[in-house]
Each structure stands twice: as C-alpha cells, then as structure tokens.
Design a protein around this ligand. Structure first.
Ligand code: SF4
Length: 584
C-alpha cells in the first residue's frame, strides 16, 4: 500500500494510520504529544488538526503520544501510538498544550523519555522540543527553560513555514536563529532575557538584537476557505465520540474573565454553506455531530444548521449555551439530538457582579431559557458559576444561591407540566485571573477565602432536592494561577514539583520565590507582565480601561460586525497587513 490518503476532510482510521509506519525513513519525524492521558486528549480537535496538517506535508511523518498510564519500567516509556517508538527517536517533539495544569506532565514525559529537561542541556543528539496551544499563547514563561521554541497562533499558518525552515537549516542553533528572524509567531526563549527590579517585578524583557521586542501571534483572517473537522476516528472513539465540526473562532462578548475571548479576536464564524458540507461529510462517520467554538450559539445561522441536522436525522451537541441566545428552535434541535443536559453559564449570581465581569445576561434570560429547555424535553440543567471574582462580596455569594433557587423553582414548575423532574447541577469553579484579560491586574482570592465561599454555597444548596453542587479544588486553581501568571522563575517551582513527584506542598515550601507574589498580588497599572511580549493585537490600554470599567460596574457591548477599532485587533482599512501577521 502507498501513503495514506491525507486529503482535507478525509477521516483516517487507525488502520490507515498503520500504513504510515512504512514511511518512517527519509521523513522529518514529528512526535505530537498531548500531555495528558489518551482518553483525555484523543478526541481533541486541535490535536487532530495539527496531526492532519503535519501529515499533509509530503516530507513529514507525524505520530501521536500521550502521558503513559501508571506502570513500571518500560511500561512507563512514552511511545507513539502508531509505531510504538520512543520520543527520543523523533526529530521534533511537539507538545499541544491546552491547560496549565498539564505543565507538570510535560516535564514527566521528558523525564520518562530520558530527555534532558532544559533546552540549554540538549544538543544535536536530541529532538527539537517545542510547544503550542492556548496555554502557551497566554504565558509561555513558566515553561520557557524547558522548550527550545514555542509557536504562537493558529497552526494552519505556522506549521508549513516552520517545517520549511527546519529543512533548510539542519544545524540547531542556526535553525533557531533563522526561525526567530523569519517566522512571525515563533518564540525562542533563549533569545530573550528577563531582568527583575528590586521589588521582584519584571523590569525588562530584552531580545537579542536584531529581534523585535514582541512576538506576534498569527491567525487565519478568513475561515470560510477551510473546514476544521475530525480527521481521525479510532476503534476506541467511533461510537463514544461525536464527529467534531469547528463553527468558528473567537467570541464577540468580551467577558472580562475569559482569555479565549481576547486572544482569539476577532470573532470569526464559518459560513452556513461550509458547515452544511461538514455535516454531510460527518454523517458518513457518525450520527452525532459536536459543534465546537467559543460561542456556538452566536453562530448567525445556528437555527438553519439545527434544521438541517434534524432533517438529516443527525444529533447535534455543543458545550455551552448563552441563555440570551436560546430560541425554541435551538432547544428543539438539542432535544431532538437526544441532549439530556443543557449547560448555561451565568458565571456570577448578582446583576452587579455580572456587570463587573461583562456578562450581559440577566436572571430573566436564564429563567426564560430554563422554561424553554424543560418545555422541549431537556430534563437536566447545568449552571456554571465562579467564586472569587474581583469585587465579590458575601452578598454576591448569597445572590448565587438565590439565583440557583429561582432557577430551580422555575424548573420545577415547567417540569411538573411534563410530569418529569430532572436535576440541576450547580458547578462552581474558582476564578483564576488570566493573562490578556482585563482582570490580569487583579489578585486571586486566597485558598481559605475560596473555601469559605464554597462552604456557604454547599451549606445552602447541598440539602435542596434536585440540586447537586459540584466544585473544583480551590488549591488546584491556585496552582493553575501560579503557572498562568508566573514569570520564568515559576519554572523553578515546576521543576521542584517534578522532583517531589507531584507533591506541590513540598515544592511550594522549597520554592525560591513566594508563589503568592505571582498569584495573589494586585498588580500595578504600569507593571510589565511576563507575557507582554506576545502581541495578540489587543491593546493593553484597552484591557486596562476594561479593568477600570469593571470596577465601576460598567458594561461594554459585544463586538459589532464591522467598523470597530475599539480593542485594536481589527485595524482601520489599509492597515490590515501590519496587524495580521503573515508567515514569511
Ligand atoms: S476591534 Fe472591535 S470588532 Fe474587532 S475584535 Fe476588537 S472589539 Fe471586536
């Protein structure tokens, strides 16, 4: 058999992937690593897209690897799914990183693979180690000493020119030098030197001349020309996972806690015709279609897409609904898809706090959406809230409880009509102030504060029939904040966590810098952040203005469809090329 068919949109089964093994020689061998377990990452659409893009290139062979399950000796050696080769045998090891809490797994994988942890300790005998993905695009610095390079932006524009430079310059140092100069979106940490002031804050972040002081992320301006859909179905996921279709990137709403809402700007949606083609293609593989995107219910043609899915007897699923965008048609489509639980995210309990976070939905929207969902036969609801938001008071926590009870009352009433009563899950997570959001200046609440708030909520809602309260660990969120907000010195704490085999208590105790300095400190208006060198297009002054507006309980309207230059991402006509970086 020849090479597997890698046409866009063509699904690859594990059988087809098996053919790739014969192409091992005379290729650039890329191990694409998801730093978590197989079942967590295998269906990840970003991972599948990168895998597909690499394997589309004639000169590249890409295989996937995951964090090995606990075992002993050889069992723990991370190997690729396709050829069972160790990562050491590849030319490039590329980590796809979505979550900060997976950083420790990256170090575990390097260690288990027998690869030196730090970039400075590796040489021509070792694979090139790189990372990309949303977590790194927010703040790569806690991982900086461990990576040879990062790729910032959307893979469709980065991978091909990256491989071209790799082919042209086989010597590692020369390759990195050339890449830094020629590929917008390439960040090579060794070429940037941080300096700290007497108060411990970052004083300077200096590039090696002639490099620019900022690294632009690159993004696809127009999504209408290509689809992003599932490209792999394995025997393990064919029936468990839906066929995924990305409807768009970015979100117009500007919730002030949401980093994805800022770094994926401008909001871009695919046209209905292309999405309909994706559904037609997907039905050959699965009856379940998962719509992926930060703002699926904002898709202008969502109603028509739902109608098509219903007519084709397809089940549609998507992660979260905006209560103010829910229509009876959408609810009917979800119900017809067999959806048993609808998720909505009020995020905060009181109208005041929802204004602070720029969440423009009201209790009325939520109650109306509850009625519509139950009336259409969706028996369960999930409500997402955060605790520890900036300016939050005890009254806001009480309001969260009251709103949940109000939703329950409306839910009961609507359910009685249908003679069936489901469950409301109130899901509580601890707020982490993320880079590139207006709240990047805010300090995070302490773990005891978060625990007290959680206790209040659980005491009030725990005994209520048909309500279940779920929460994440405030301490886990606190460590996530360290990795999201830390500078290059946080890498030392990460290395300690590896040394103590994931025991963060010991690692934090031995930390050379006080972690609270990164996590809980309210930052100065003029402070230089470790991530400021990444240019996502959003002006820092815009984010700071948004932070001030949050403190004044003021809303900012969503992105208009055109003619707006508010945040700096959409340039005035004629200046587009300066902002939308194109690979060399
Ligand atoms: S410039 Fe305006 S439309 Fe463009 S991303 Fe920013 S706020 Fe949205």
């Amino acid at each position: 058999m020849g090479r597997p068919n890698r046409e866009p949109g063509k699904l690859h089964t594990d059988d087809e992937i098996g053919v790739v093994k014969k192409d091992w020689r005379n290729r650039i061998r890329v191990a694409l690593v998801y730093p978590n377990r197989y079942h967590v990452g295998i269906a990840n659409l970003g991972l599948q897209t990168v895998y597909h893009l690499f394997n589309q290139m004639g000169t590249v062979l890409c295989e996937r690897a995951f964090l090995p399950a606990p075992g002993r000796g050889r069992d723990r050696l991370p190997t690729t799914l396709e050829s069972r080769r160790a990562l050491k045998e590849f030319d490039i090891v590329a980590f796809a990183v979505s979550f900060e809490n997976d950083y420790l797994n990256i170090l575990r994988i390097l260690k288990l693979s027998g690869l030196p942890l730090k970039s400075a300790e590796r040489n021509a005998a070792h694979p090139l180690i790189l990372a990309g993905g949303v977590a790194c695009q927010l703040n790569p610095e806690p991982l900086a000493p461990f990576m040879d390079l990062f790729l910032m932006g959307e893979a469709e524009l980065l991978l091909s020119p990256f491989i071209e430079v790799f082919e042209k310059f086989p010597a590692r140092d020369e390759f990195l030098e050339q890449l830094a100069r020629s590929l917008p979106g390439a960040y090579i940490p060794r070429f940037y030197r941080p300096a700290y002031g007497a108060d411990g804050t970052l004083a300077a972040f200096t590039p090696r001349p002639p490099l620019a002081s900022t690294v632009p992320r690159v993004y696809l301006e127009d999504l209408s020309r290509q689809a992003t859909v599932s490209t792999i179905i394995t025997p393990h996921t064919t029936f468990a996972s839906p066929y995924l279709v990305e409807v768009g990137r970015g979100c117009p709403h500007g919730c002030r806690f949401c980093s994805a809402g800022y770094i994926y700007r401008p909001p871009r949606f695919r046209p209905l015709s292309l999405l309909e083609e994706c559904l037609d293609q997907g039905r050959n593989f699965s009856r379940r279609i998962g719509l992926v995107g930060a703002a699926v219910s904002d898709l202008p043609d969502i109603g028509r897409l739902c109608r098509k899915a219903a007519a084709d007897n397809l089940q549609l699923a998507f992660s979260s609904l905006r209560a103010d965008a829910l229509t009876p048609e959408l609810a009917a489509a979800l119900a017809a898809s067999g959806v048993k639980t609808a998720t909505m995210a009020p995020d905060a309990g009181s109208p005041r706090l929802r204004r602070v976070i720029n969440k423009g939905i009201t209790a009325k929207d939520l109650l109306r959406a509850t009625e519509i969902l139950v009336a259409h036969g969706i028996p369960n609801l999930k409500l997402y809230f955060m605790i520890g938001l900036p300016t939050e008071t005890a009254e806001d926590i009480d309001a969260l409880v009251d709103l949940s009870l109000e939703v329950k009352a409306r839910f009961l009433k609507a359910s009685r009509v249908r003679g069936r009563m489901g469950t409301i899950t109130v899901s509580i997570s601890s707020f982490v102030p993320k880079p590139f959001t207006p709240f990047q200046w805010a300090g995070m609440a302490t773990v005891p504060q978060l625990k007290t708030k959680l206790k209040t909520i659980k005491r009030a809602l725990g005994p209520v029939a048909n309500i279940r309260v779920h929460s994440d660990s405030p301490r886990g969120a606190w460590i996530q904040a360290l990795l999201a907000r830390g500078d290059r010195r946080a890498a030392d704490i990460l290395a300690l966590a590896l040394k103590y085999d994931g025991n963060w208590t010991q690692a934090l105790k031995a930390a050379p810098v006080d972690p609270a300095f990164f996590i809980e400190r309210e930052r100065g208006g003029g402070e230089l952040f470790p991530w400021d060198f990444i240019d996502h297009g959003v002006k820092k002054s815009f984010l700071y203005r948004e932070y001030q507006k949050a403190r004044e309980n003021q809303l900012t309207p969503p992105c208009p469809t055109s003619g707006c230059h508010r945040c700096g991402v959409c340039p005035p006509p004629g200046q587009r090329d300066e902002i939308v970086a194109k690979p060399a």
